[in-house]
Design a protein around this ligand. Structure first.
Ligand code: PFF
Length: 481
């Protein structure tokens, strides 16, 4: 059964996709990764990765959604059948559903922290607090399973409620209300940071390139970040793409998503670092940057509690608009496949994520050191979830690129992309060879045993692999293209 839902307006897909892309990845992850990996050097590899991996795979994913007009699992089943490709490609749908479940489970826990900080800022609990008090406040939040569970529950319930109300009544209405409000808040924060922070120091840190800061770890982080921030390999954009009106230009929309997403990350990064430098704090604090360094910076500035609360409202809103895009693909699948009602499907997905999220909640406290996970894998459940994300998203993206690049005919791609022959060929070359090779290379290079001299060999193997993939799609009846 294909979907009957189509976004009400031509521009709604862009709104929804930006809502999905802009989230904790931009406000929390990008600034701390840039802080840890040398600022400008990180930005450079990040932008290169976006161009050769992010944009092509983003287009591929939306394309598969729109041409199948189904939820990711059913859509890949349909496309592999109609293109006489192996049924194994259906695993793209299953992989993305697993990734959505895992990511949302811990995403909701982190978004819950922002709820806590909004509350603390509003009540003035952090006024005049010193570094030790702010840091111990974060530690006591993590040490409390009941508080973490409460916030996690509130966040996931709010996201589920929006999706449960339906594509038009819930998702569209919420995004139409939230996205402009979030833009205004972002500009307020930026203005505040220009007035009270040290913007030249922030710009110097984020935009000056020190070649000596370039590192393989930075590249790896940039690659993971480009998948995470563009919501790739998780079916979110495939599901949203299925509701995209046929006439809307796919390549222009994809480019707009990447530009807006990157602009938000940069603005957030500049604003956060301006405040951090203004308060003479450490920019390389890691994941605690938003929850320990930034609140401390706010406490030292005029009207900081109020602006701090507004900032954390921005974080919550951006996270909700991303979370709904993780619920939608799986919920839509349950509706299509099992004929369940939307409310039932959303409840199943939300409750499953909530339950899985408890593993992350407990990994910060009751299971902090002697968890079954720690003992077996020597990492916490939360770290395991993050690690799985970094495997599942690129893997899903790699397969999406190969399928879109090799299985779809020239005519199908032209119909969806509505672009020049030149761009079509460039995109196809990128998704057939360049993006898969880059993803596979990064994957393999992450294995410490692999020596440098093997890298060209790995590249060659990947290219031969891509050619081999093409054989999987050579159907007898298919026109040669
Ligand atoms: N892109 C979101 C962010 O940057 O926070 C995270 C995300 C949303 C990842 C949706 C995956 C997804 F399907």
């Amino acid at each position: 059964m294909s979907t009957n839902n189509i976004w009400t307006h031509k521009g709604t897909f862009l709104l929804a996709a930006v809502g999905s892309a802009v989230g904790l990845g931009n406000l929390w992850r990008f600034p701390y990764l840039a802080g840890e990996n040398g600022g400008g050097a990180f930005l450079l590899v990040y932008i290169v990765t976006l161009c050769i991996v992010g944009v092509p795979i983003l287009i591929a994913e939306i394309l598969l959604g729109r041409s199948s007009r189904r939820s990711p699992i059913m859509g890949m089943r349909f496309l592999s059948r109609t293109h006489k490709a192996s049924r194994a490609w259906e695993s793209i749908g299953w992989l993305s559903a697993a990734a959505a479940l895992i990511i949302l489970s811990f995403y909701s826990v982190i978004a819950g922290w922002a709820l806590h900080y909004t509350w603390r800022m509003l009540t003035g609990a952090l006024i005049d607090a010193d570094a030790a008090t702010v840091a111990s406040g974060f530690e006591s939040l993590l040490a409390s399973p009941s508080l973490l569970t409460l916030y996690h529950t509130l966040f996931i319930a709010a996201s589920g409620l929006i999706v449960g109300l339906g594509v038009h009544r819930g998702i569209e209405n919420a995004l139409r209300l939230m996205m402009p409000a979030l833009l205004v808040i972002l500009l307020v924060i930026l203005t505040y940071s220009v007035m009270h922070g040290d913007m030249p120091a922030a710009a110097d840190f984020l935009l000056t390139l020190q070649l000596s800061d370039l590192s393989f770890e930075g590249w790896l982080a940039a690659m993971g970040q480009s998948f995470f921030t563009l919501s790739l390999g998780m079916g979110a954009l495939m599901a949203y793409g299925a509701y995209m009106p046929g006439k809307a230009s796919l390549s222009r929309t994809a480019l707009a998503i990447v530009i807006i997403d990157t602009a938000v990350a940069l603005i957030a990064g500049l604003a956060i670092f301006a405040l951090v430098f203004g308060a003479e704090l450490d920019p390389a604090e890691g994941p605690g940057l938003m929850f320990t360094t930034l609140p401390l910076a706010f406490t030292e500035m005029p009207g900081g509690s109020l602006i701090g609360a507004v900032f954390f409202v921005l974080v919550i809103g951006a996270a909700i608009s991303s979370a709904i895009s993780m619920i939608e693909p799986v919920a839509a699948f349950l509706v299509e496949r099992f004929d369940l009602s939307r409310a039932q499907s959303v409840a199943i997905m939300t409750i499953a994520c909530w339950g899985l999220g408890l593993l992350s909640v407990f990994s910060f406290n009751v299971w902090a050191s002697d968890s079954p996970f720690h003992t077996a894998l020597s990492i916490s459940a939360f770290e395991l979830m993050e690690l799985l994300t970094h495997i599942l998203m690129p893997l899903g993206g790699l397969m999406v690129a190969l399928f879109a690049g090799w299985a779809l005919t020239h005519g199908e791609i032209m119909k969806e992309l509505q672009t020049s022959e030149g761009w079509l060929h460039t995109w196809r070359f990128l998704v057939r060879f360049v993006s898969p090779a880059a993803v596979a290379f990064i994957f393999l290079r992450a294995i410490p045993q692999i020596e440098g001299y093997l890298i060209p060999l790995i590249g060659a193997v990947v290219i031969v692999g891509a050619f081999a993939a093409s054989r999987l799609f050579r159907a007898k009846h298919q026109p040669k293209h």
